[in-house]
Design a protein around this ligand. Structure first.
Ligand code: NAP
Length: 268
């Protein structure tokens, strides 16, 4: 296991992953650094972690999570390059920056250091996220330890780097698509007379339950739909309407549109 874990940037995503890592760290110290230290200080108190700074994390930690925005990554790593170059021990850089390849991180850091690229989504904040990851110049053991470290955040799955953009377009963007669906279904419930808070609570729990049923039984989504649709019943009428309005095609196209935009940004 990693003997020391560091975070540079403890914003929304860095902070959520630090919470998970603090649980998966098996007692190893967690160091937190952030541009505005108050944020890291508050989190350090919550997690019983060490308040730190970028240089100390870069000097001391065996795994260094880079939680800054992609547009500031080059500057942050340029500042830290001499510190990293002076290290004699092995360490891993773990970047969560959308759209930056593992090789780009190596180039920005100024050395062929081991890099893990990870793609988390926002439900990692409640331990129900999806994190895809891939490694460059890392060992199998480091990949295994990385998975163990972040398992408290949710599903942690290794993929080839050429599938990262597709994965992000699905599970990274997906919480927004799901939020739209939940809001719309709850609106329907309100239109039928349910109070707003109940409509939203029922919808969210129903979506969670449907996903849990699918994951735990391995049932095909088509079979799950058939199981609810009694012949001549009510649900099939709703399904008919969704098909008529192109619901499936819209959902597919949402993922494809996000993917195409990711490719465009990568070229720009
Ligand atoms: N949010 C998502 O859904 C999501 C999904 C996948 C990947 N990501 C990736 O996660 C990374 C962080 O995104 P986010 O949504 O968590 O953004 P965020 O909330 O703005 O967090 C970025 C953090 O970096 C800190 N920071 C900026 N410059 C720094 C520096 N020089 N040294 C140390 N810390 C510095 C900021 O500190 P201040 O408090 O001073 O601003 C802020 O706390 C991005 O690379 C993004 O691509 C995010």
């Amino acid at each position: 296991m990693f003997q020391s874990i560091g975070f540079i940037g403890t914003g929304h995503m860095g902070g959520a992953l630090a919470r998970a890592a603090a649980k998966g760290a098996a007692g190893a110290p967690v160091y937190l650094a952030n541009r505005s230290p108050e944020k890291a200080k508050k989190l350090a108190m919550e997690l019983d972690a060490k308040l730190s700074d970028n240089r100390t994390v870069a000097q001391q930690c065996q795994i260094i999570f880079l939680g800054v925005k992609p547009q500031v990554m080059a500057r942050v790593l340029k500042d830290l390059a001499p510190v990293l170059a002076a290290r004699k021990d092995r360490f891993v850089l773990a970047s969560m920056a959308a759209g930056l390849s593992a090789q780009t991180i190596q180039e920005m850091a100024g050395g062929k250091y081991p890099v893990i690229r990870l793609m988390p989504n926002t439900p990692v904040a409640v331990g129900a996220g999806v994190i895809q990851y891939c490694g460059l110049d890392v060992t199998e053991e480091e990949l295994k330890d990385f998975k163990t470290l972040l398992t408290p955040a949710g599903l942690v799955d290794q993929i080839n780097e050429d599938l990262c953009d597709a994965a992000m377009s699905l599970s990274g963007c997906g919480p927004a698509f799901c939020a739209l669906l939940i809001e719309a279904l709850a609106d329907g419930g309100v239109a039928c007379g349910l109070p707003r808070d109940k409509a939203q609570m029922y919808t969210a729990q129903m979506v969670k339950g449907a996903a849990k049923l699918l994951l735990e039984t391995g049932i095909h989504p088509g079979d799950m739909k058939d199981g609810v649709c009694s012949p001549g019943g009510t649900t099939i009428q709703g399904v008919r309407l969704l098909e008529e309005r192109g619901f499936r095609a819209a959902a597919m196209d949402a993922v494809i549109a996000a993917y195409e935009k990711t490719l465009q940004l990568g070229q720009g």
